[in-house]
Design a protein around this ligand. Structure first.
Ligand code: NAD
Ligand code: LMR
Length: 329
C-alpha cells in the first residue's frame, strides 16, 4: 500500500500535482492537506476512475494535518507563497520558512518514516530547515529527505532538445546540479547522455536560460505566480521515481538536493563543494537515496567556473535555513 500526502494541495502546483498522482496506478491512497479548499479538490479528484482513494483535510486546529499525514509513505510539499516579478526566491524565505518548519514538525511527529519531497522555495534553504527540524526531533534520515530540483532537469532537457533538433526531449539525460535558484543551478551539458553538440555561440544563453527558467515563467505570468504546471509534471516525475525505487525497481537515477554527509558517496562531493546540501544525480533504491553520484570531478573548465559561483551562493542560503530552524521560538 502506498499513501502519498500533498501539503499545499489546493495551490497552483498542488492541484495539478494531485491530479497526476491520482491518475497513477502506483498509488493506493492520496491525502490532500491545505489551509483552504481541500474538501472541494479532494471530492473533485475522487470521481476519477483510478485506484487511489482520495481524502482532503483542513487544519482543524492542528488536528487536520495529523490526520492527513497518518501512515504516509511519501509527503510532497508545495505549500507556500510563489514569486511575483522582481522577487528572488530568497524573498519568499520569511513566509515559507515558517510554513515548511511547521509541516516538517508534524511529519516528524506523525509520519517520521515518510519520504519527504520539498518543493517550497527557497529550496536551497527550506531543505536545510527540514533537516534541522527532523534532527531536533531525533528522526532525521538523510536518505529520505529530498529537495525537488527536477524542474531544472526538465528545463535543461527541453531547451537542449530545441537547440539540437531532438523531437523527444526525454531521450537526453542531462545532469543539473547545485541548488535551485539562479546561479546555483549548474547544468552539465558536457555530461549529457547521449552527448549533445551545442554550438559555442549558444552555450552561454542556454546555461542562462536553465538557470533563470523560473524567472521566464514569473515574467510571463505577470503577477499571477510562478511555474505550476511544469512543476507539477516535474514533481510527479520525481515522486513516481521514488515510489518505483521503493517498490524495488533498479537503476533509477534523478538529481535531487540532499544532505550529502548522510548519503553514500556524499562525503567526497561535500569535500569538493564545501557544502552539506547539494543537488547531484542520486541513485534511488528501496531505502531512498542509495548513492550520490560524483559528476563534479568530470565537469569541464567552463562548468567548474559556474560551480565555484554556485558553492559561494549556496553556503549563505544553507546557513540561513539552519539559523532559522535553530533560533529560539
Ligand atoms: P500557490 O500560492 O498557488 O499554492 C500554495 C498553497 O500552499 C496554497 O494553496 C496555500 O493555501 C497553501 N499553504 C499555505 N500555507 C500552508 C500550510 N501551512 N500548510 C499547507 N498548505 C499551505 O503557490 P504555488 O504556485 O503552488 O507554489 C508553491 C511553492 O512552490 C512556492 O514556494 C514556489 O516558489 C514553489 N515552487 C518550487 C519549484 C521548484 O522547482 N522546487 C517550482 C515552482 C514553484
Ligand atoms: C521555478 O524554478 O520555476 C520555481 O522555483 C519558481 C520560481 O520562483 O521561479
Amino acid at each position: 500500500m502506498v499513501k502519498v500526502v500533498v501539503a499545499g494541495a489546493a495551490g497552483g502546483i498542488g492541484q495539478p500535482l494531485s491530479l497526476l498522482l491520482k491518475a497513477s496506478p502506483l498509488i493506493d491512497e492520496l491525502s490532500l492537506y491545505d489551509v483552504v479548499n481541500t474538501p472541494g479538490v479532494a471530492t473533485d479528484l475522487s470521481h476519477i476512475s483510478s485506484p487511489a482513494e482520495v481524502t482532503g483535510y483542513l487544519p482543524e486546529n492542528g488536528e487536520g494535518v495529523k490526520k492527513a499525514l497518518k501512515g504516509a509513505n511519501v509527503v510532497v510539499i508545495p505549500a507556500g507563497i510563489p514569486r511575483k516579478p522582481g522577487m528572488t526566491r530568497d524573498d519568499l524565505f520569511n513566509i515559507n520558512a515558517g510554513i515548511v518548519k511547521g509541516l516538517i514538525q508534524s511529519i516528524a511527529e506523525v509520519a517520521p518514516e515518510a519520504y519527504i519531497l520539498v518543493i517550497s522555495n527557497p529550496v536551497n534553504s527550506t531543505v536545510p530547515i527540514a533537516a534541522e527540524v527532523l534532527k531536533k526531533a531525533g528522526v532525521f534520515n538523510p536518505k529520505k529527505l529530498f529537495g525537488v530540483t527536477t524542474l531544472d532537469v526538465v528545463r535543461a532537457e527541453t531547451f537542449v532538445a530545441s537547440i539540437v533538433g531532438e523531437k523527444d526531449p526525454r531521450k537526453t539525460t542531462i545532469p543539473v546540479i547545485g541548488g535551485h535558484s539562479g546561479e546555483t543551478i549548474v547544468p552539465l551539458f558536457s555530461q549529457a547522455s547521449p552527448s549533445v553538440d551545442i554550438p559555442s555561440d549558444k552555450l552561454d544563453s542556454l546555461v542562462n536560460r536553465v538557470q533563470f527558467g523560473g524567472d521566464e515563467v514569473v515574467k510571463a505570468k505577470d503577477g499571477a505566480g510562478s511555474a505550476t504546471l511544469s512543476m507539477a509534471y516535474a514533481g510527479f516525475r520525481f515522486a513516481e521515481k521514488i515510489i518505483k525505487a521503493v517498490k524495488g525497481e533498479k537503476g533509477i537515477v534523478e538529481p535531487s538536493y540532499v544532505y550529502l554527509p548522510g548519503v553514500a558517496g556524499g562525503d567526497a562531493i561535500k569535500e569538493a563543494t564545501g557544502v552539506d546540501f547539494f543537488s547531484v544525480p542520486i541513485e534511488l533504491g528501496p531505502d531512498g537515496a542509495e548513492k550520490a553520484i560524483n559528476v563534479i570531478s568530470k565537469a569541464n573548465d567552463h562548468e567548474k567556473k559556474l560551480l565555484e559561483v554556485a558553492y559561494k551562493d549556496l553556503k549563505g542560503n544553507i546557513q540561513k535555513g539552519i539559523d532559522f530552524a535553530n533560533k529560539p521560538a
